[in-house]
Design a protein around this ligand. Structure first.
Ligand code: ADP
Length: 159
């Protein structure tokens, strides 16, 4: 049987309970999920790559079939290099669709052998975004409902 490996790419700046819900669901469908954290030197991130790597690893420590890595190459090249066949993306609302549809189309053009699969989170996580978590944090709001406790600690230390 062919083992199915999916890459779940993103900036995870920070990882939220929405991302985690998606990863938990996906971990039951695929043999391995590789969380690919983008390390984009042109787009500055709030958390540096080491904090994001450690934070994501600790937050997902109870899931067996996942790996956490960073990458700074083309997503399709990273996917191929990891012997993965699937790119996993999340869809929260219609507003995500246009960008995600374009992204998957371009990735399919770059490598037609790689499929993009979309999943949706449980309803209570559909409104959570990393950018809003950063904004609430910067204004002194309570982010404990949106991120796991180890991430909340990293974020609070950062500000
Ligand atoms: P990017 O910078 O690539 O958009 P993100 O870390 O923001 O990276 O998101 C990674 C993926 O997770 C994207 O497909 C995004 O749509 C999805 N995602 C983000 N937040 C949620 C959420 N609350 N529930 C489900 N999927 C989500």
């Amino acid at each position: 049987m062919i083992k199915k490996t999916a890459i779940y790419p993103g900036s995870f700046d920070p990882i939220t309970n929405g991302h985690i819900d998606l990863i938990k669901r996906a971990s039951k469908l695929f043999d391995t999920i590789i969380i690919g954290i983008t390390q984009n030197n042109r787009k500055p991130s709030f958390l540096d790559i080491d904090d994001r790597l450690k934070g994501v690893k600790d937050a997902l420590a109870d899931i067996d079939n996942i790996k956490v890595m960073s990458f700074n190459t083309l997503l399709v090249d990273f996917t191929k290099m990891q012997n993965a066949q699937i790119i996993l993306r999340g869809l929260r609302a219609v507003s995500d669709f246009e960008y995600e549809f374009q992204l998957s189309g371009m990735n399919k053009h770059l490598n037609p052998n790689i499929e993009t699969i979309f999943m949706t989170p449980a309803e209570q996580y559909a409104n959570i975004s990393s950018s809003l978590v950063r904004e609430i944090l910067s204004l002194g709001g309570d982010i404990s409902a949106f991120v796991p406790s180890n991430i909340e600690a990293i974020l609070k230390e950062k500000i």
